[in-house]
Ligand binder design. Structure first.
Ligand SMILES: Nc1ncnc2c1ncn2[C@@H]1O[C@H](COP(=O)(O)OP(=O)(O)O)[C@@H](O)[C@H]1O
Ligand SMILES: [Mg+2]
Length: 1057
């Protein structure tokens, strides 16, 4: 959760930054808008809605002209774009321009075809609303160019994945192919579309084009066989001859000379200086490859084109009413290219078979009829090839995956414009009918529906007068009464129906119609301007006079059964597909051309009605295709018939923008706290709150029944701006929540994983623990068994027990080992370890002793040696020995005051001898046992006895001559036995030495043997006196140790107890 909070914060800050960036962006785009306003002042108004004198036609034209002269060809009437053909290339379609118009508000930047496309494109993506761009205008006013710009823009705007590139390429490349086969040079337009085209581009939900579909309408096929003076056949013929290789041309039996072909030489000006046919041919071939046309398909296509040229060159003679082919070779060439039998084709061109209720009758054709049949074939072949091309293109453009693309369709309608020629034929009739229908659609979707809507929504409204051309549409297409019905009737009627009988019927039935003018019933003035075989229609765009010549033929569109049959057997597969067997075998009459056209138009209207339209109204500034020329009258005429003035009037009176409350609330509810995130009341009341909070002025909007109406684009523009800013905040919040969720999901998953892992670990640990416990129990049990049977013969348990005992004892021992030499304690040992214990004890003691020894100083060592020596000699032999143990031995027991004298003596008397011990002592005379103080000094050689007062030497007794006697009692008596040869010393010496054990030890140490001292365990002791006499010393024990002379004359030594 903490993580999620962090993320929320992080995203909020990112959102804020994005918001600031957006503000920055908004301010820069406002700059662009201001620039646009500035330009507006300079060159008129960029939206006619801003025109002050908006009901004045002159002011209208003036504005258009001013802008046109400044090369500003685009102007709005609200959302409708007016485009004036500049007839020169302007630098306004570059990549940069595309970028500039990308995702900008419609009213923010100067009018442009990109702006209107972007607007439609965004509605498509954001609101999922199908769109159509309706481009209308006269021939040469720039419709086809406009449609290409629209396509280029949406291609440039969408993503750049490779798959998309393929689709976009195909969409864009379909144009050169269609134009090569369907466009031609006319006197008004060097690249005039001779067919109507409606193209659907399909998008996926991201706005990426995924496919397309093209509908084609009424190719002007008569152009294949004849053209007006100054005009050309379809481009592809010229392109093939100019651009194809010599080899290829030869294989098609063609030469480059245009004059060799009847179908091309009619128009006189075959080559046109500013059309590069060879170059265009390469472009077409390249485009065909991109659209996946196989080499075989391309071969077959160009074979058909070549065959049409050959067909045109077939001539006939007549012999007794029977036509005969003149150029057999040419027929052979054509049949070879079409893949049909030459004889069969020849026969089919010169004969007609009629199946009249089972009676099959073949009759030869006259020369005229043969020519008619030939031209009909050429037209049919070309026309059907064109339709096949469109079908084939559609297969290539088919979206691979239509999932979710149902609503995301943008249609582009580029259909032939209104045509008023000197001589108008069946084709012009159809084309102008089509334009009437489109105008009707325009009225339906804009003028009428707009006003109807105000009425429906209960908005106060002053109705605007406009011309509703419904009446003309009805004149043409009404069932049973309309021109089309009458024409069809004439075509189907048995008997001698001719164009003239058709005209008569028209006049008969329609002469009262305000939009129908006939020669017969008109004033002479009008009659002067009309032929007898003509009728005139007052179209919404002006009066057009039609010559009925050829109406029936063209409407019947008759192709003889023989030719159909021959074609159906062609080996050229395209030809075979175009002429199905079923067709010629069918007994049913095919629908007439105009009926087919009518139903395809109605179909188109249905398609367009369910989409949101964007209008581009193209205007031709002059008839000369010249840049810069602006013909006021010509433009005014177009402005009038396009209904632009009415359009503007309605626009001015109306509201720029409207949306259902639900849609408006849904989009902008985030702009008010009261409506965000959900508003509980009705959408209408929500919107009321919203507009109040958005500070809409009372004139800025109206509340309708189901919709909100906003008068000025700017109001909406501000709201949209605020929304765009807010959108980022909301996106940030959503993003944060979403990210939080994702993280939480991750966390929960991770946690679960951890828990699983943990449970595994725990199980493992628990298993181990139980194993350990079990082992412990086993151990305890074995231990107890071992304990119980510890004294039994080895049985495994007791062995382990004993081993453990030993181990434990050793462990205990290691911790309780005595650390002092004198510490003789020793931990008790179990039974089995007694031996080891004793052994170890000894080892330990040895070890401690050794350590002790090693640590001893020389002095201490000597002390020790002396002590050991003393122990050896005196332990258990002399009773006062234990009393000596506690005291350290010293070799100098002379009180301090005597030290100097003694030292002097030693220095003078000792010579090389070394003093080993010195002490005070008491000497008892041999006679009378009088006690006298003496010093005794032990040297390495002798024992010196000095006078206690004078320090004079009394005795020097060499150690090798004397020995010492001690008693075993606790006394300090020492008798020194002196041999007779040392008699000058007059018998044994009786001394009492204060540290008798110490002194004795030093003596033994000095002499090197204990034999020098004998310890007697007697109660009396004899000692020599001079001349063999002896005295007795008695030893007694008592509480008061001392020495006294008893009555018997014995010396009595009282030893301690
Ligand atoms: N926007 C434009 N910029 C430059 N030239 C244009 C533009 N629109 C049209 N033209 C010129 O006018 C000619 C006729 O335009 P086109 O679109 O074929 O007319 P339409 O389809 O209405 O008959 C083009 O061949 C081109 O030379
Ligand atoms: Mg065109």
């Amino acid at each position: 959760m903490k993580l999620a909070n962090k993320l929320v914060k992080k995203w909020q800050t990112i959102g804020k930054i994005a918001g600031k960036l957006l503000l920055l962006y908004a301010s820069t785009s406002k700059l662009a808008m201001e620039r646009g306003l500035h330009e507006r002042d300079r060159v008129g108004v960029q939206d006619f809605v801003l025109l002050e004198d908006f009901e004045n036609e002159e002011a209208f034209i003036d504005n258009l002209r001013k802008r046109f002269q400044e090369n500003i060809i685009y102007t709005y009437i609200g959302p409708v774009l007016i485009s004036v053909n500049p007839y020169k290339n302007l630098d306004i379609y570059s990549e940069n321009h595309i970028k500039e118009y990308r995702n900008k508000h419609f009213f923010e930047i100067p009018p442009h075809i990109f702006a209107i496309t972007d607007n439609a494109f965004r509605s498509l993506i954001e609101e999922n609303q199908g769109q159509c761009v309706l481009i209308s205008g006269e021939s040469g006013s720039g419709k086809t160019e406009a449609s290409k710009k629209v396509l280029e823009y949406i291609a440039a705007c969408s993503g750049h994945q490779t798959t998309v590139e393929g689709v976009k390429d195909k969409l864009l490349k379909s144009n050169p192919v269609l134009e090569a086969f369907g466009n031609a040079k006319t006197n008004r337009n060097e690249n005039s579309s001779r067919f109507g085209k409606y193209m659907d581009v399909q998008f996926d939900f991201t706005g990426t084009p995924i496919g397309g579909n093209i509908l084609n309408y009424l190719l002007e096929k008569s152009r294949v066989v004849s053209q007006n003076s100054g005009e050309r056949n379809f481009h592809i013929f010229y392109q093939l001859l100019a651009g194809e290789s010599d080899d290829k041309l030869q294989s098609l039996n063609l030469t480059r000379n245009l004059n060799n072909y009847v179908y091309l030489s009619d128009g006189q000006r075959g080559s046109v200086s500013n059309i590069n046919d060879a170059e265009n041919f390469r472009t077409v071939k390249q485009a065909m490859t991109i659209i996946d046309f196989s080499a075989d398909e391309q071969n077959e296509i160009f074979s058909i084109i070549a065959s049409v040229l050959h067909l045109g060159n077939i001539n006939f003679t007549e012999d007794g009413g029977n036509s005969k082919v003149l150029e057999v070779d040419t027929v052979a060439s054509a049949s070879k290219l079409l893949g049909v039998n030459t004889d069969e084709l020849t026969a089919a061109l010169t004969n007609r078979t009629i199946d009249a209720r089972g009676d099959v009758v073949t009759s030869p054709l006259s020369r005229d009829m043969a020519i008619y049949a030939r031209d009909a074939l050429a037209k049919a072949v070309y026309d059907r090839l064109f339709s096949w091309l469109v079908t084939r293109l559609n297969i290539s453009l088919q979206a691979k995956d239509l999932h979710g693309a149902r609503n995301n369709v943008m249609g582009i309608l580029d259909i032939y414009g209104f045509e008023i020629f000197q001589k108008n034929n069946f084709e012009q009739f159809c084309i102008n009918f089509c334009n009437e229908k489109l105008q009707q659609l325009f009225i339906e979707l804009t003028l009428k529906s707009e006003q109807d809507e105000y009425r429906r929504e209960g908005i106060e409204w002053v109705p605007v007068e406009y011309f509703d051309n419904k009446v003309i549409c009805n004149l043409i297409e009404e069932k049973f009464k309309g021109i089309i019905s009458i024409l069809d009737e004439e075509c189907l009627r048995p008997g001698d129906a001719t164009d003239i009988t058709f005209l008569e019927k028209l006049t008969h039935q329609l002469s009262d119609h305000p939009h129908y003018i006939c020669h017969e019933k008109s004033s002479t003035q009008i009659q002067k301007t009309m032929g007898r075989n003509e009728f005139r229609l007052v179209h919404y765009a002006g009066e057009v006079t039609y010559n009925v010549n050829g109406f029936l033929d063209k409407n019947n569109d008759l192709l003889f059964r023989d030719l159909k049959e021959t074609m159906s057997k062609a080996s050229n597969s395209i030809v075979r597909i175009c002429f199905p067997e079923l067709e010629y075998k069918s007994k049913k009459r095919p629908e007439t051309a105009v009926t087919q056209f009518k139903s395809s138009l109605n179909n188109l209207m249905d398609i367009l009605m369910c989409k949101e339209p964007s209008y581009i109204r193209c205007i031709k500034p002059n008839d000369l295709q010249s840049p810069g020329a602006f013909n006021n009258d010509l433009v005014l005429h177009q402005v009038k018939y396009l209904g632009l003035m009415e359009n503007l009037r309605v626009r001015r009176a109306g509201f720029a923008y409207r949306r259902t409350y639900e849609m408006f609330l849904n989009r902008y509810k985030c702009l008010s706290k009261s409506t965000w995130p959900n508003y509980n009341g009705s959408a209408k009341s929500g919107v009321k709150i919203l507009v109040k909070e958005l500070n809409y002025g009372p004139e800025d909007y109206r509340i309708g029944e189901t919709k909100l109406f906003i008068r000025f684009p700017k109001t909406l523009f501000d709201t949209e701006d605020a929304f765009q800013l807010k959108k980022h905040d909301i996106a940030a919040i959503l993003q944060a929540h979403w990210r939080g969720r994702v993280q939480r999901k991750k966390y929960v998953k991770l946690r679960q994983q951890v828990i699983v892992l943990q449970s595994y670990c725990r199980r493992h640990l628990a298993q181990q623990a139980i194993k350990r416990k079990r082992e412990a129990v086993e151990k305890v049990r074995a231990f107890i068994k071992g304990f119980i049977t510890r004294n039994d013969p080895p049985n495994g348990y007791n062995e382990a027990f004993i081993a453990n005992c030993k181990r434990m004892w050793l462990l205990r021992l290691s911790k309780e080992l005595p650390t002092k030499v004198l510490d003789k304690s020793w931990p008790s040992a179990p039974k089995h370890c007694q031996e080891a214990s004793t052994y170890l004890h000894r080892l330990q003691r040895l070890h401690l002793a050794r350590v002790y020894r090693l640590k001893l100083s020389a002095e201490r060592k000597r002390q020790m040696e002396l002590k050991v020596l003393a122990e050896k000699v005196f332990k258990d032999k002399k009773n006062n020995y234990p009393g000596s143990i506690g005291q350290l031995f010293q070799n100098d027991r002379i009180p301090k005051e005597h030290a100097t004298q003694i030292n002097n003596f030693v220095a003078t008397a000792f010579g090389s001898e070394r003093l080993a011990y010195s002490s005070t002592c008491v000497k008892y005379d041999r006679h009378g046992y009088k006690s006298r103080d003496r010093f005794v000094l032990l040297s390495t050689k002798a024992l010196y006895v000095l006078d206690g007062k004078t320090y004079k030497q009394k005795h020097r007794l060499p150690l090798d001559k004397i020995d010492f006697v001690l008693t075993n009692h606790s006394d300090d008596l020492m008798v020194i036995r002196i041999p007779l040869d040392l008699k000058k010393d007059k018998g044994d010496l009786i001394l009492v030495i204060p540290y008798i054990i110490e002194f004795s030890t030093y003596i033994i140490d000095t002499v090197g043997t204990a034999n020098i001292i004998s310890i007697v365990s007697r109660d009396s002791l004899e000692h020599n006196v001079v001349k063999g006499k002896s005295g007795v010393i008695d030893i007694q024990t008592g509480a008061q140790p001392g020495i006294v002379r008893d009555k018997s004359g014995h010396l009595v030594v009282i030893a301690g107890q």
